[in-house]
Design a protein around this ligand. Structure first.
Ligand SMILES: NC(=O)c1ccc[n+]([C@@H]2O[C@H](COP(=O)([O-])OP(=O)(O)OC[C@H]3O[C@@H](n4cnc5c(N)ncnc54)[C@H](O)[C@@H]3O)[C@@H](O)[C@H]2O)c1
Length: 283
């Protein structure tokens, strides 16, 4: 039985907590309720999860939570939405830049706790080509929610190397599927579930530039299982989390029951096994 501290009790954090409780882990979830309502955590709380009010920018709150001596800390708290990054750039910057620094500084002061950071496949830029593994360079960014991942990755690597804690950076594709926490506001919804809902109601699916962009996708229960098992190696590691590489147009086609036309421009290389396929979910 492991003791897990999940910073960010949102869509992925709640799914991770559910998977960890299933395996008998002790789980603490912490959030400042920016994108999630505390009441959404009640079912997990009833199952034994501890739920805390905490902002990752607040040093005292992080010190208090980290002093409990967890086996692993998951940094999933972020302003993760692209539209909200334009609407609220100050908050995005503060949470996504200052928050990881405070967490890393406070973690560095303790001993033996591993850190798992949820980064994004978007660090490779808008149009990577060929096989894209973790050694592929960073690409250009179009919003602060994703640009901040580059800073946070490098910042956490610096602190992990200096303080000697294990760090797993997981670059996640777009997650889909049911979680104990799902967001109703459109700015926080991602493409697979959004297209699934729109197609079910017979609404048109909006495609930027014909939906040519390549994306990696992962079912949230696969993502939760992979997060829970991380880090799988000592020291600093970086890995992609994407069961499939596809295009936005292909997701739209699958959601509408059509054959996808063109294939993706790149393939995100990943070391993990996946149990869920997009076609089963959208079919
Ligand atoms: N869901 C995806 O498809 C996906 C894909 C790639 C990367 N990621 C990354 O994974 C992480 C988790 O994503 P998610 O989908 O669960 O997002 P989410 O928005 O559902 O969860 C993030 C949580 O962080 C909380 N939060 C925001 N600011 C905070 C602060 N200052 N202090 C404490 N908590 C704060 C929010 O209230 C929210 O509950 C994010 O870093 C995101 O960028 C997610």
């Amino acid at each position: 039985m492991a003791s897990l501290l999940v910073l960010g009790a949102g869509y992925l954090g709640a799914a991770l907590a559910e998977a960890a409780l299933d395996e008998g882990d002790q789980v603490t979830l912490a959030d400042n309720w920016y994108a999630t309502e505390r009441d959404q955590l009640l079912p997990l709380e009833r199952r034994g999860a501890r739920v805390e009010n905490a902002d990752i920018r607040e040093r005292d709150a992080m010190r208090r939570l980290l002093s409990d001596g967890h086996d692993r800390v998951y940094l999933l708290a972020a302003q993760a939405s692209r539209p909200l990054a334009f609407a609220d750039p100050d908050y995005t910057e503060q949470t996504n830049l200052v928050g990881p620094r405070v967490v890393a500084e406070e973690l560095g002061a303790g001993a033996g706790t591993a850190l798992v950071f949820a980064s994004s496949l978007r660090v490779y830029g808008p149009a990577p080509a060929g096989d894209v593994g973790p050694d592929h360079g960073y690409g250009s960014q179009g919003d602060l929610a994703h640009l901040s991942k580059l800073y946070a990755e490098m910042l956490l690597r610096m602190h992990a190397a200096q303080a000697g804690f294990d760090l797993a950076i997981l670059r996640l594709g777009i997650a889909y599927g049911p979680s104990p926490v799902e967001h109703s506001r459109p700015e926080s919804q991602t493409v697979v579930d959004k297209f699934r809902r729109l197609a079910a109601s017979g609404s048109p699916l909006p495609l930027d530039r014909g939906g040519e962009a390549t994306i990696g996708v992962v079912h949230v229960s696969d993502a939760a299982r992979i997060l829970r098992a991380a880090p799988t190696e000592r020291g600093i590691s970086v890995a992609n989390v994407a069961a499939e590489s596809t295009t936005v147009a292909a997701v739209a086609a699958m959601a509408e029951g059509r054959e996808p036309a063109a294939g993706p421009a790149c393939r995100f290389v990943t070391p993990f096994d996946y149990r869920h396929r997009l076609a089963d979910y959208l079919g």
